[in-house]
Design a protein around this ligand. Structure first.
Ligand code: AMP
Ligand code: GLY
Length: 418
């Protein structure tokens, strides 16, 4: 099969790396890809958000299957457009991807189907939002409704902080139209875990749980990032909790979406908080998380292409999905300054050496005059396995040692921060 993967980050590199191992995949392409992905797939110069351009390229080049990995093209209806053109695609249609693109929608869905999540109210008028914050007190959480690159959430420890946040979102349009509707919710406590699950409209098959590290600096300090590292599986996610999540969250969510005539085909991301009252949903995403994907797919023993096909065909219950009885750690090496201002174009050394003992997934890299250079905030995801979680963590740090580029920064506490 000729397969195209849409996207350009560490997640897409991990997906390409795994698909390349499938005997079914004879030709692999990635749009737009990056310098690391180019070692496994042919990179195609079409932007991930260019729906018409992607459909055209896919038809012109007779692709058999397209994997749409990032949130923006899913929300824009790229899967719908590909299917309308007769091209099978992996990922939810826009009417199901809305669980990520509208927090107001997903909160309403959870309320209707009694799926455990934080208590909330939705507002489109500033004065009502301010009055609600006043009545609830702090701590309290303020969220912009739409996609805001993971930065539209403020966990406010005082009433004033919450009021400032909501005013900036609704009046200052800090997140553009994403902030014209806000969700204000109860502040939950407890460790956070991610569960990625394959879904085929009716069945759901969870992958091993994982844990992201969203803050930029050690000890969970500093600004939020796209994710500075991930481990899988985290010890807090016990088999008992997994069972509860399946019964109270995963199955009810897939059934709810089917009931609403928005069947979910693809990877659904459950952002969970293990609160003293049980597991609750913090957020849904409509795709693999990044960097979680890099750690979790490293543990997959089966054929990813077969699983993707089963997700489309509704045969996921019969799919052969096996996981290594090991642990994984993905350590993100980022540009100095990320997630704020950072410079690009610095040469990266030590990649070959590191690649001998770990999978080095590229997130923000480019090729310049035959040299691989930095081209994004998150640059690389060094992903290693181990027989124990501590072993995997040690292996990832050891593998990353030879890698360097100007300004490189990374967290030293991945896997030990919670
Ligand atoms: P979200 O974009 O909804 O995942 O929120 C980003 C981060 O904000 C989450 O990973 C949590 O750490 C935090 N957060 C979101 N909602 C809540 C909540 N209701 N209570 C406590 N923390 C939250
Ligand atoms: N790692 C969080 C996300 O992909 O949204």
């Amino acid at each position: 099969m000729k397969v195209l993967v849409v996207g350009s980050g560490g997640r897409e590199h991990a997906i390409c790396w795994k698909l390349a191992q499938s005997p079914k995949v004879t030709e692999l392409y990635c749009a737009p890809g990056n310098a690391g992905i180019a070692q496994t797939a042919k990179c195609v110069n079409v932007k991930a958000t260019d729906v018409d351009g992607m459909v055209k390229w896919t038809k012109d080049n007779a692709m058999d299957f397209v994997v749409v990995a990032p949130d923006d093209p899913l929300a824009l209806g790229m899967v719908d457009a590909l299917e309308a053109a007769g091209i099978p695609a992996f990922g939810p249609r826009a009417n199901a991807a809305i669980i990520e693109s509208s927090k107001a929608f997903s909160k309403e869905l959870m309320k209707k189907y009694r799926i455990p999540t934080a208590k909330y109210e939705t507002f489109t008028e500033l004065d009502k939002a301010l009055a609600y914050i006043e009545s609830q007190g702090a701590p309290i959480v303020v969220k912009a409704d739409g996609l805001a690159l993971g930065k539209g959430v403020v966990v406010a420890s005082t009433v004033d902080e919450a009021k400032t946040a909501v005013t900036e979102m609704m009046e200052g349009k800090k997140f553009g139209e994403s902030g014209s509707t806000v969700v204000i919710e109860e502040c939950m406590t407890g460790p956070e875990v991610t569960v990625l699950a394959f879904a085929d409209g009716g069945h759901v098959r969870p992958m091993p749980a994982s844990q992201d590290h969203k803050r930029a600096y050690d000890g969970n300090q500093g600004p939020n990032t796209g994710g500075m590292g991930a481990v899988s599986p985290p010890p807090q996610y016990t088999p008992e909790i997994a069972q509860r999540c399946m019964e109270e969250i995963f199955l009810p969510t897939i059934r709810a979406l089917k009931e609403e005539k928005r069947p979910f085909h693809g990877v659904i991301y459950f952002g969970l908080m293990l609160t003293p009252d049980g597991p609750r949903v913090v957020e849904y995403n409509a795709r693999f998380g990044d960097p979680e994907c890099q750690a979790v797919l490293s543990l997959l023993d089966g054929d990813l292409m077969d699983i993707f096909l089963a997700c489309r065909e509704g045969t996921l219950d019969q799919a052969d999905i096996r996981w290594k009885d090991q642990a994984a750690c993905c350590l993100v090496l980022a540009s100095g300054g990320y997630p704020l201002d950072y410079k690009k174009g610095y040469p990266i050394s030590g990649l070959e050496e590191a690649g001998k003992s770990a999978a080095v997934f590229h997130a923000g890299t480019a090729e310049q005059d035959g040299q691989i250079v930095t081209s994004g905030g998150r640059v690389l995801g060094v992903t290693a396995l181990g027989d124990t979680l501590d072993g995997a963590i040690a292996n990832a740090y050891a593998a990353a040692e030879p890698i360097s580029f100007q300004g490189m920064h990374f967290r030293r506490d991945i896997g030990h921060a919670f």
